[in-house]
Design a protein around this ligand. Structure first.
Ligand SMILES: Nc1nc2c(c(=O)[nH]1)N[C@H]1C(S)=C(S)[C@@H](COP(=O)(O)O)O[C@H]1N2
Ligand SMILES: [Mo]
Length: 436
C-alpha cells in the first residue's frame, strides 16, 4: 500500500467507523468494508507466545487428528455440545396434550427453523395418524366431492415456498403490566420458518368445481381436538397449500403429518394440522375455535373475528435477554423480521431508546411472508442504553410501539401482539426486557 492508498483506507475507516445514529450504531456495510477491527479473536502472536513451550507444530495437533472419526448414522443429530438447544415448553395445567413448545431463536441464527425445533401448539396432543389410511375430503358446495389419499396428492404438481407460521398468541406475555424477564424463545418463540412443499389448494378446488354460492371453507383436523376453522375461499384460491414436506422431508408429526393446511401470513391457528376435510360453505361456520378463542376484544366490548393476517414485526435476537455483552467494543446487532402482508421492506434499529434510527442490512433474498434476518454493526461504549428494532413491510405498515398497540384493544387482549421489543443494556452488559 502506498501513501495515498493508506490515506484512502484511513478515510474509509473513519467514515465507516463514524456512527450513523446515536448509541454507536454504524453503517450497515461498515463490517463488510473492513473499516473496523474486532478484539474478539486472540492474535497469532499471543497464541505463539503462550504456546512457547511446545517444541513442534505436530505436538499441537488437535486430538481429532490423531485417530479415525465415528461411523455414519442413518439420521443425523446436532453436535453433542449443542444438546442444550431445545424447544422451550409451556404446558397447560390439568389439560393433557394442550400447550406449546417454542423455538429458541436466541440460540439460532439465519432464518430457517430446523424441523426438530419448529414450535408446537397442540390443543389435544399429537395424533398418531396412519398415512396409508388418512384421507382428505373436499365437499360441501362443490360440483364433485373428492377424496384424496397421500398417494394421490403426491401425483399432483407441487410448489416449494419458504413461509413462517406464527401463533396468534405469540409474544402475548408482553401485554402484561410488568415486562417478563425471559429469552427471545420464551417470549417470541411461537414463530418458526420452514421451506414447505405441497399441492396448491386452488388446484384441488378447481378439480372439485366450486358452486358460485361457495365463499368460505371449513377446514378440520384429524386430532382429538377436531380443530376447525373457517377460511375465506379467496385465500385458498390465492397462496394456500396442502403441505406434505417441511424442509425437504415429510412434514413432522408435530406439524401435521401427513398433511397440513398452510395459509401464508395468517395466524397460526388457522393452519390446520392433520387436515382431513375442506367443506365449501356460503359463510363462516363460527366454530368453537374461532369464537371462544382467536378473536380480539376491543375497548367498546365488541370482539373482532377473522382478523387473520399478521402484522409487521421484528425482534433483536443478539444481544437479547439472558446474554451478557463482553465489555465495550464492536458487536453485530442481529435479529429477525417478518410480516403476514408480504415482504419486509426495511428494518430500523435504535441504540438510544428510539431517539435515532439506522437502517439494518437484510439477508437476501427477502421472501414474502417469511422470516428475514437483519444485521447492523454497533460499537458499544459500555454505557447504559436501550436497543430496539422496528419492521416496515412492503405495504408500508410500520411495527408499532407497545403503548399504541395496547390502546387498540380491551385490557387483557393478548392476540396478534406485534409491538417493538426493547432490550435494556446495563453498564455490566446485562440485557433485560423493558417497556420504557
Ligand atoms: N388439527 C390441529 N391443527 C392445529 C392446531 C391443533 O391443535 N390441532 N393448533 C393450531 C395452532 S393454535 C397453531 S399456532 C399452529 C401451530 O403449528 P405448529 O404446531 O406446526 O407450530 O397449528 C394450528 N393447527
Ligand atoms: Mo396458535
Amino acid at each position: 500500500m502506498d501513501g495515498s492508498d493508506k490515506r484512502a483506507m484511513r478515510r474509509l475507516e473513519s467514515e465507516l467507523g463514524e456512527p450513523v445514529a446515536g448509541g454507536g450504531l454504524l453503517h450497515r456495510r461498515a463490517f463488510l468494508r473492513g473499516g473496523v477491527a474486532f478484539a474478539g479473536a486472540v492474535t497469532v502472536a499471543a497464541k505463539v507466545n503462550s504456546a512457547a513451550a511446545a517444541p513442534t507444530i505436530g505436538a499441537e495437533s488437535p486430538l481429532s487428528m490423531t485417530r479415525p472419526g465415528k461411523l455414519f448414522t442413518g439420521y443425523g443429530v446436532p453436535a453433542r455440545s449443542e444438546e442444550g438447544v431445545r424447544r422451550l415448553f409451556a404446558l397447560v395445567a390439568n389439560r393433557e396434550g394442550a400447550g406449546t413448545s417454542r423455538t429458541p431463536w436466541h440460540m439460532l441464527n439465519g432464518s430457517i427453523t430446523p424441523s426438530g425445533l419448529h414450535f408446537e401448539r397442540h390443543h389435544n396432543g399429537v395424533p398418531d395418524v396412519d398415512a396409508s389410511r388418512h384421507t382428505l375430503l373436499i365437499h360441501g358446495l362443490v360440483k364433485r366431492p373428492l377424496v384424496f389419499t397421500l398417494a394421490t396428492l403426491q401425483r399432483y404438481p407441487m410448489e416449494t415456498r419458504i413461509h413462517f407460521i406464527e401463533c396468534a398468541g405469540n409474544s402475548g406475555a408482553l401485554t402484561r403490566p410488568d415486562p417478563a424477564q425471559d429469552t427471545v424463545g420464551g417470549l417470541h418463540g411461537l414463530l418458526s420458518c420452514s421451506e414447505w412443499t405441497g399441492v396448491p389448494v386452488s388446484v384441488l378446488l378447481d378439480e372439485a368445481g366450486i358452486d358460485p354460492r361457495g365463499k368460505w371453507v371449513l377446514a378440520e383436523g384429524a386430532d382429538a381436538a377436531g380443530m376447525s376453522r373457517s377460511v375465506p375461499l379467496a385465500k385458498l384460491q390465492d397462496d394456500a397449500m396442502i403441505a406434505l414436506y417441511q424442509n425437504g422431508e415429510a412434514v413432522r408429526p408435530e406439524q401435521g403429518y401427513p398433511m397440513r393446511l398452510l395459509l401464508p401470513g395468517y395466524e397460526g391457528n388457522i393452519n390446520v394440522k392433520w387436515l382431513r376435510r375442506l367443506k365449501v360453505t356460503e359463510g363462516p361456520m363460527h366454530t368453537r375455535d374461532e369464537t371462544s378463542k382467536y378473536t380480539e376484544l376491543m375497548p367498546d366490548g365488541k370482539a373482532r373475528q377473522f382478523t387473520l393476517p399478521l402484522g409487521p414485526k421484528s425482534v433483536i435476537t443478539h444481544p437479547s435477554y439472558g446474554m451478557k455483552i463482553q465489555g465495550p467494543g464492536y458487536y453485530e446487532i442481529s435479529g429477525i423480521a417478518w410480516s403476514g402482508a408480504g415482504r419486509v421492506r426495511t428494518v430500523e434499529v435504535s441504540a438510544d431508546g428510539g431517539v435515532s434510527w439506522a437502517t439494518a442490512a437484510l439477508a437476501q433474498p427477502v421472501i414474502s411472508k417469511a422470516v428475514t434476518r437483519f444485521r447492523l454493526p454497533w460499537r458499544w461504549s459500555g454505557q447504559m442504553t436501550t436497543l430496539l428494532s422496528r419492521a416496515i413491510d412492503e405495504t408500508g405498515d410500520i411495527q408499532p410501539l407497545r403503548k399504541p398497540w395496547m390502546e387498540q384493544y380491551a385490557p387483557g387482549q393478548g392476540f396478534h401482539y406485534n409491538a417493538m421489543q426493547l432490550w435494556a443494556v446495563d453498564p455490566l452488559g446485562n440485557v433485560k426486557n423493558t417497556y420504557a
